[in-house]
Design a protein around this ligand. Structure first.
Ligand code: GDP
Length: 295
């Protein structure tokens, strides 16, 4: 992501060799570099500023231990702060209840349907759950077809009503079916639009109200940079979702979205998508993401 941020820090602190303390001037210079690297990586301006202010506070006045170079201490402070900014710990999903209900939200093309399949597969193979996939996109027959294909690949049943135009009813019926047949987790894939619109928001808000899900996950393409943050904000204001799924992290993304989304909407990133295949899913580990950022 931010290639060689560590190296940039090393360079900035070379001047400090032999000194026991990081001076305010050195810190200011270095933090300029850090902020620039964050902005280059598409991190929201305000988030980058708050971040560097916090790092500055921590760094100033900290005596550098004899065994540790100032640059290394600085890298550690930056690493720890990045980790904190992304939530510190890995956030789990709530699977209480029978069935637990997970509602997917997000724009079309963000990777919702693919992620629904990935999550179902993960719950089945790693957590020994019996998931049911639900196709609630009543506008695009191809979307139902896509979910059917995924479901077949992973050997998970799917609930759909191809002739229905009522996604709220479909979701409610699916939950009844899950109760009757003993499924543990119902994963509801919903319609997405190319941009946030009122009709789409009303529809998913109505589904939320009707089925009262354990989790609403907001799925977002990490390649979309600042737009990802704005979309997250709009969905969160409307749906008050529980967590974020950051897809396409395998691509050429700078990953700024990971940093910004958490602090802008104050919701944890729970999963990442790292490829088109159905096993390309990971829980989100803030510390590992910081490692990756620092290179
Ligand atoms: P939806 O419209 O939100 O349901 O999005 P889809 O699940 O149909 O995904 C849109 C496209 O993104 C498809 O071509 C997927 O194969 C691709 N995709 C989804 N997740 C990932 C990911 O983590 N990495 C990559 N490289 N591609 C992905």
């Amino acid at each position: 992501m931010f290639d060689n941020l560590s190296e940039r820090l090393e360079r900035s602190f070379k001047i400090l060799k032999g000194e026991g303390k990081i001076t305010e001037i050195n810190v200011a210079e270095t933090l300029k570099d850090v902020r620039k690297a964050l902005l280059d990586a598409d991190v929201n301006y305000k988030v980058a500023k708050t971040f560097t202010d916090t790092v500055k506070e921590k760094a100033l006045g900290q005596n550098v231990l004899t065994a540790v170079k100032p640059s290394q201490l600085m890298v550690k402070i930056v690493h720890d702060e990045l980790t904190q900014l992304m939530g510190g710990e890995t956030a789990e999903i709530d699977l209480e209840g029978k069935p637990a209900v997970i509602l997917m939200s997000g724009l079309q093309g963000s990777g919702k349907t693919t992620f629904s399949g990935k999550l179902a597969r993960m719950l089945k193979t790693k957590k020994n759950k019996k998931p049911l996939l639900v196709a609630c996109d009543v506008y695009r027959p191809a979307a139902i077809e896509q979910l059917c294909v995924l479901a077949e690949q992973i050997g998970v049943p799917i609930y759909s009503e191809p002739d229905s135009k009522n996604p709220v009813k479909i979701a409610e019926n699916a939950i009844q079916e899950a109760k009757a047949k003993g499924y543990d987790v119902v994963i509801v894939d919903t319609a997405g639009r190319l941009a946030v619109d009122e009709e789409m928001m009303n529809e998913i808000a109505a589904i939320k109200k009707a089925i009262n899900p354990n989790e609403i996950l907001f799925v977002v393409d990490s390649m979309t940079g600042q737009d990802a943050v704005n979309t997250a904000k709009e969905f969160n204001e409307r749906l008050d979702f529980n967590g974020v799924v950051l897809t396409k992290l395998d691509g050429d993304t700078r990953g700024g979205a990971a940093l910004s989304i958490r602090s802008v909407v104050n919701k944890p990133i729970k999963f990442v998508g790292t490829g088109e295949k159905l096993d390309a899913i990971d829980q989100f580990h803030p510390s590992r993401m910081s490692d990756r950022i620092l290179g």
